[in-house]
Design a protein around this ligand. Structure first.
Ligand SMILES: Nc1ncnc2c1ncn2[C@@H]1O[C@H](COP(=O)(O)OP(=O)(O)O)[C@@H](O)[C@H]1O
Ligand SMILES: [Mg+2]
Length: 236
């Protein structure tokens, strides 16, 4: 594949030391191209969250290599000095629960990230509104999160994950609380965003409704991945 996207090679993660050590990742290989949405599927305890946390620089891997675009970010140690800037500018997170800030309105929930990255308030709000429009929740821009439906909250959370145009989106069970129609809408949006912004997207899921939509799936079991072709079914 091109130099862009994400590449993970031989990634390992050991929690703890000695007798109580747990080898959660035992040499994971994975690559996701810009514009691609891949599924990551595996039983509970197989290492899915650990892998996302390593890739998102939330925890330290133990060994291996990770490349983002043409930058090696980890090679038996972090190669990036400012991990906070890496998380803020390069990685978008979408979680199962939207984790919106209850006292900020929808626009400011999304605009907060560019503001924290030093973008001016007006420009941050304009970026937020552009994404809220793309996600069809612009009519809720001045509402606070508790006034929104679950599906609307999740779309706002996705807008927030995308607003800094990160080259990578990590989504952990993004459709779990949604009905079939809403789940498909989220998957369609992630695919549109991937194409439009050349984003590489990894979706951890158990959701039988969305699994047939992936063109490629990584199965993870006992800390190791293997790749499989998915059905790549259209989602209408
Ligand atoms: N902070 C931690 N300390 C020790 N062991 C952990 C920690 N987090 C996860 N583990 C272990 O690592 C393995 C993988 O966990 P996890 O990545 O959460 O799996 P999944 O997300 O697929 O359910 C499990 O055996 C789990 O018990
Ligand atoms: Mg997990």
């Amino acid at each position: 594949m091109s130099a862009k996207g994400i590449r993970i090679e031989g990634l390992t993660k050991r929690y703890g030391h000695g007798d109580t050590a747990v080898d959660a990742l035992k040499g994971v290989d994975m690559q996701v191209a810009p514009g691609e949405v891949v599924g990551l599927i595996g039983p509970s305890g197989s290492g899915k969250s650990t892998l996302l946390k390593c890739l998102g620089a939330v925890i330290d891997p133990t060994a291996g290599r990770m490349t983002l675009g043409d930058e090696v970010i980890y090679d038996d140690g972090w190669k990036v000095r400012d991990l906070r800037a890496l998380r803020r500018d390069k990685i978008g997170f979408v979680f199962q629960a939207p984790y919106l800030i209850p006292f900020l309105d929808v626009t400011d929930n999304v605009a907060l990230l560019p503001m924290l990255a030093g973008v001016g308030n007006a420009e941050s709000r304009a970026k937020a509104l552009e994404l809220l429009t793309a996600l069809d929740v612009q009519h809720r821009a001045r509402a606070i999160p508790s006034q929104l439906s679950g599906g609307e909250q999740q779309r706002v959370a996705i807008a927030r994950g995308l607003v800094n145009r990160p080259p990578v989106i990590l989504a952990d069970e993004p459709t779990a609380p949604l009905d079939s129609q809403r789940a498909m809408a989220v998957i369609r949006i992630l695919n549109d965003m991937a194409r439009q912004f050349e984003t590489a997207i990894i979706v951890v899921t158990h959701d039988e409704k969305i699994i047939p939509t992936f063109k490629r799936i990584y199965h993870i079991r006992d800390g190791a991945t293997h790749e499989e072709a998915g059905e790549g079914r259209a989602f209408e």
